[in-house]
Each structure stands twice: as C-alpha cells, then as structure tokens.
Design a protein around this ligand. Structure first.
Ligand code: IMP
Length: 203
C-alpha cells in the first residue's frame, strides 16, 4: 500500500477520496501540518498543481517521502456565464457560510432573468510522486441547479446540484452513488488508470 497525501483541508473531499481510493494501491492520508497556498483564478489545473506542489514541499521539509494528490474543483452555472467556477470556494466573500452561498447562488440565478438551469461540477487533480513523476487530469459532470436545496448528504453546493439521470441532487444520493458519477469520482478513476498505464512501477 502506498500512502497518498491529500492536499486538502476539506473534510467532505477527504471522505470522498477515502471511498474512491478504497480497493486501489493507495492509502489516502492527511498531513496535519498542511498549509494551503493562496489559490489563483486562472484554472482548476493550475490550482490543483499549486496545492500538490505546496504539500510536496511541506512533506519534503518534514522529511516524509510519499505521493501527493492536489485537487481543485468548482461549480459552473450557465445562467451566470460559468461563474463561480474556479472561485467557487470564495463565492459570497470571506464570511459566507455554506447556507448563505447556496441562497446567494439561487438569488443570483433568479436575478439573471435566465431560465437556463444547466450547471457542471469540474474537478482537476494533480499527482506528484517523490521521484518527480507528475500527472494531471480534469473531468466534469453535467447537471442542473434545482429551485431549492434538497438533501443532507455530501457538502458544499451538493443540495443544489440535480443529477438528472437520478432525478435527485447530489445531497440526496448515497455517497457511493455520487462517487460513481461525480466529477471527483471520474477524475480519480481516470488518474488511477493513467498511473497504471503511464508510470513505471514506484514512480
Ligand atoms: P476548492 O477545490 O477547494 O477550490 O473548492 C471548490 C469549491 O467548490 C468548494 O467551495 C467546494 O465546496 C465546491 N465543490 C467542489 N466539489 C464539490 C462537490 O462535489 N460538491 C459540492 N460542492 C463542491
């Protein structure tokens, strides 16, 4: 089993990674001293790489060798021209709560006058191994923004994100069902395939 250090402080993401990596050769672990770098606004891929590089450096300083996974994700809403996108975690300002972000998003969509409810979750992953190997992947899942929040599972924008084939929000789906179709689930599966195919053993 190879330890995979997760460059995130988000408990919801950690839980999903643990489930998504169960049965793989990786054991996802947190590094208690992880200090998250300031995110940019250019792209998910850049932010994922930024987080992975920061954690790799922090592990090296602590004398720990291990593989690192950086994640950056966001919600793109068609009626808002793709916002909040890479700025999803910062939507609503520094004092916003999850409930207030969701309320604000619904209000902004209503104020836009658009009847377009389409949205997508995007997830970029950056993998770094001690030896220097790097891989990055990006995946997404399409959905629509519901008229109101529904469900108590998941985290973040999940109660607003309706996955149409299931007719339910991500917060109404059991975690395993969300992981089967979500942006993060797809990205993890693509990454694991590429690690197997493209990287030499232990690289
Ligand atoms: P970041 O990846 O830490 O920059 O955060 C991305 C933002 O999008 C956070 O506010 C997350 O809560 C939100 N987000 C990302 N993935 C999901 C998800 O699967 N469900 C709900 N919200 C998500």
């Amino acid at each position: 089993m190879r330890k995979l250090y997760l460059a995130t402080r988000n408990a919801g993401k950690v839980r999903e990674f643990q489930q998504l990596l169960a049965g793989s050769n990786f054991e996802p672990v947190r590094f208690d001293g992880y200090a998250e770098p300031e995110e940019g606004s250019a792209s998910y891929a850049e932010n994922a790489a930024l987080k992975a590089r920061a954690l790799a450096e922090q592990l090296r300083t602590a004398g720990i060798a291990g593989a690192v996974l950086g994640d950056d994700s966001g919600l793109e809403v068609a009626a808002l021209g793709g916002r909040p996108g890479v700025l999803s975690a910062r939507y609503g300002g520094p004092s916003a709560t999850w409930a207030s972000r969701r309320t604000q998003l619904l209000a902004e969509i209503a104020a836009s006058g658009s009847a377009d409810r389409r949205a997508r979750f995007v997830c970029a992953l950056a993998y770094i191994y001690t030896g220097g190997s790097r891989l990055s992947v990006e995946e997404h899942v399409d959905g629509v923004i519901g008229e109101r929040v529904r469900g108590a599972e998941g985290f973040g924008y999940d109660p607003l994100f309706v996955y149409e084939p299931a007719g339910r929000t991500f917060a109404e789906l059991p975690e395993e069902e969300k992981n089967n179709v979500s942006h993060r689930g797809r990205a993890v599966r693509t990454l694991l395939e590429r690690i197997t195919i493209e990287l030499p053993r232990n690289a």
